[in-house]
Write a protein that binds this ligand. Structure first.
Ligand code: FRU
Length: 509
C-alpha cells in the first residue's frame, strides 16, 4: 500500500473516531443534523415548519398531500398549504405552495374533494373541479379578542391541484361567533346525495350539509358531554366502513391536550350516521394510536373502499422545539384503516391501522428466520452495526419482552410488552436528546386488546421515529426520539424464553 494512501486512511480514521481524555471513544463529530435526523421514509418539508396533513386526495393515479406549512421559519407561523405528490404514497415530490394567506386570514386545516358532477359550478369546459375547503384564521381578530376569526373558505383547481383559485365569495361558512370553529372535512354522502362537512367546534363536532359546497346548513352536533375532553377538539374525519355487510361509521376526533400519553392524540367514535345525525354505539373512549406522536390524522378522499390515513408525527407539547434544524416535523407512514368487530352480535368495534402495502416494495428483506426459540436474548441487528427499518414478528410468545435499539453511547430506545398489565410500552427515557422538553423522556403505554398466547408485531423504525402495529394493527403506537448518534444495535430480550414462528427484518431501499 503506498504511503500516501495509508496516510489518508489513518487521517480519515482520526476524523471519524476521536478519543477523549479518559480513553473512551467519543462520538464521531461529522454527523450533521440533516443526516442524523432527516427521515428515510417519512415525509418532511424541504425546509421550514409543517403540522397537520390537509386536503389529501387521490386523483388519476396520483396522491396529493397538502399540509400546514410555514416556509419562512421552523416554528409555527402564518399558515400556508404546502403541497407534495406521490404515485405510491412513499416517494413524494415537493410541489409549489398551494394556498397562501390572504386578507381573510391564514390557511388552516381542511380537506379537498373532487366535485365530479360540478355541483359547485366551479368547473369549466367539462373539467370537474377539485375543491379545497379550509379554515381561514384571521389573526388580527384573535389578537383583538374577537370571537369571529375562524371561518370556512373554499378554493378550486382545474389543473389537478397544480394551481388554485380562491372562491370570490369567501368565506362560505361564517362562524356563529365561536372562536374555535375549524378544520372542515368534507365527504359526499351518497344516500342523501349531498356534501357533509364535519367541523371541530371547541368541545364538540358539528355536521353541516350542502348541495354545492358553497351554501351550508347545520345538521347536528355531537360530543359536548361525551368522550374525552382533556383539550380542544380538532381535525375531525367521518369515514364509513363495510364490516361483513354492516355499514358502520367512524368519527375521528383529534384532541389537544389530554391524550393517553400526554398532549395531542386522536380519539375515535363508532356509530351510525344518516346524513343528519351521528349516533354513537358506545360512549367508551377509544384512541386510534396510543403513542405520543400521531396527531391530526385524516384520510385521503377519492380512494374508494380503501381508507388511507396520514397523521402528523408530532405533539403540540414540543413540536416547535424538537432538535431538527432546517425543518420541523414529519408525517407518519400512510396507514390503511379497517374496522373489526370485537364480539359477535354486539356493536363493539376496534379501529385497526396497518402500514399501507405500497411500503413493501421499498423494503429489502435482509434476514428471514422460522421457528426461533431462544433463551433470553436474540439479536435483531440486521447487518454489522445496522438496525432493521422494519421488523415483522409472527406468533411471538406473549410474555414480557423488550426490543432494545441502542448505540455505543448508552442511548437506547425500548419497545416492549408487560404481560401482567397486558400493555405495550415505548420507553424513550434514555433515547438521546430530550432536554428540549421536560416530559419528553418518558414511557408511553398502550393496552393489548387480544388475549391470545402469541402476537404478531410490526415495527417501523426510521432515524427519529418508531411505529408499532401489534395484533394485526389493533394496538398502535407512534413515538419520536432523537439519538445523538444513530442506533447500531437491536436486541430482543425476555426474562422468560423467547419463541417466535417467523422473523423478517428489512432495510429501507
Ligand atoms: C391542529 C390545528 C388545527 C388548525 C391547525 C393550525 O394541529 O391546531 O386545529 O387548523 O392546527 O395550524
Amino acid at each position: 500500500m503506498p504511503f500516501s494512501s495509508l496516510f489518508s486512511r489513518i487521517f480519515f480514521l482520526f476524523i471519524l473516531v476521536q478519543y477523549s481524555a479518559n480513553g473512551q471513544v467519543k462520538k464521531p463529530s461529522i454527523i450533521d443534523n440533516e443526516s442524523l435526523y432527516r427521515p428515510n421514509f417519512h415525509f418532511t418539508p424541504q425546509k421550514g415548519w409543517m403540522n397537520d396533513p390537509n386536503g389529501m386526495i387521490f386523483l388519476n393515479g396520483q396522491y396529493h398531500l397538502f399540509y400546514q406549512h410555514y416556509p419562512d421559519a421552523t416554528v409555527w407561523g402564518p399558515m400556508h398549504w404546502g403541497q407534495a405528490t406521490s404515485k405510491d404514497l412513499v416517494q413524494w415530490e415537493h410541489q409549489p405552495i398551494a394556498l397562501y394567506p390572504d386578507s381573510i386570514g391564514m390557511i388552516f386545516s381542511g380537506s379537498t374533494v373532487l366535485d365530479q358532477n360540478n355541483t359547485s359550478g366551479l368547473g369549466r369546459g367539462g373539467i370537474a373541479p377539485l375543491v379545497a375547503i379550509f379554515t381561514q384564521h384571521f389573526m388580527p381578530g384573535e389578537k383583538a379578542g374577537r370571537t369571529d376569526f375562524q371561518n370556512q373558505s373554499i378554493a378550486y383547481s382545474l389543473d389537478k391541484g397544480k394551481t388554485w383559485t380562491k372562491y370570490a365569495g369567501n368565506p362560505v361558512l361564517k362562524t356563529p361567533n365561536l372562536k374555535d370553529f375549524r378544520d372542515p372535512k368534507v365527504i359526499w354522502h351518497n344516500p342523501s346525495q349531498k356534501w357533509v362537512m364535519s367541523l371541530a367546534v371547541a368541545n364538540h363536532i358539528e355536521f353541516y350539509s350542502s348541495p354545492n359546497l358553497i351554501n351550508w346548513s347545520k345538521e347536528s352536533e355531537l360530543g359536548k358531554d361525551l368522550f374525552a375532553h382533556g383539550g380542544v377538539w380538532e381535525c375531525p374525519d367521518l369515514l364509513s366502513f363495510n364490516v361483513n355487510g354492516q355499514n358502520v361509521w367512524v368519527l375521528l376526533v383529534s384532541m389537544n391536550p389530554g391524550g393517553p400519553n400526554s398532549g395531542s392524540a386522536t380519539q375515535y367514535i363508532v356509530g351510525d350516521f344518516d346524513g343528519h345525525v351521528f349516533k354513537p354505539f358506545t360512549t367508551e373512549i377509544k384512541w386510534m394510536d396510543y403513542g405520543p406522536d400521531n396527531y391530526a390524522g385524516v384520510s385521503f378522499s377519492n380512494t374508494g373502499d380503501r381508507k388511507i390515513l396520514i397523521g402528523w408525527m408530532s405533539n403540540w407539547n414540543y413540536a416547535n422545539i424538537v432538535p431538527t434544524e432546517k425543518w420541523r416535523s414529519a408525517m407518519t407512514v400512510p396507514r390503511e384503516l379497517s374496522l373489526v368487530k370485537q364480539k359477535a352480535n354486539q356493536n363493539d368495534f376496534l379501529l385497526v391501522s396497518n402500514p399501507v402495502k405500497e411500503l413493501n416494495a421499498h423494503f429489502t428483506k435482509i434476514v428471514s428466520k422460522e421457528n426461533i426459540v431462544a433463551e433470553k436474548e436474540l439479536s435483531l441487528t440486521s447487518a454489522k452495526n445496522k438496525i432493521p427499518n422494519r421488523i415483522d414478528l409472527e406468533n411471538l410468545k406473549a410474555t414480557d419482552f423488550e426490543i432494545i435499539f441502542s448505540n455505543a453511547y448508552n442511548e437506547k430506545l425500548i419497545v416492549g410488552y408487560e404481560a401482567a398489565k397486558k400493555q405495550f410500552f415505548i420507553d424513550r427515557r434514555n433515547a438521546g436528546v430530550s432536554n428540549f422538553y421536560e416530559g419528553f423522556a418518558a414511557i408511553a403505554t398502550a393496552p393489548r386488546f387480544l388475549a391470545n398466547t402469541t402476537m404478531d408485531l410490526t415495527l417501523l423504525i426510521d432515524k427519529t421515529s418508531v411505529e408499532l402495529f401489534a395484533d394485526g394493527g389493533r394496538t398502535v403506537m407512534t413515538a419520536l426520539f432523537f439519538p445523538t448518534y444513530p442506533f447500531t444495535n437491536c436486541m430482543l430480550k425476555s426474562k422468560d424464553s423467547i419463541s417466535i414462528k417467523a422473523i423478517d427484518l428489512f432495510s429501507f431501499k
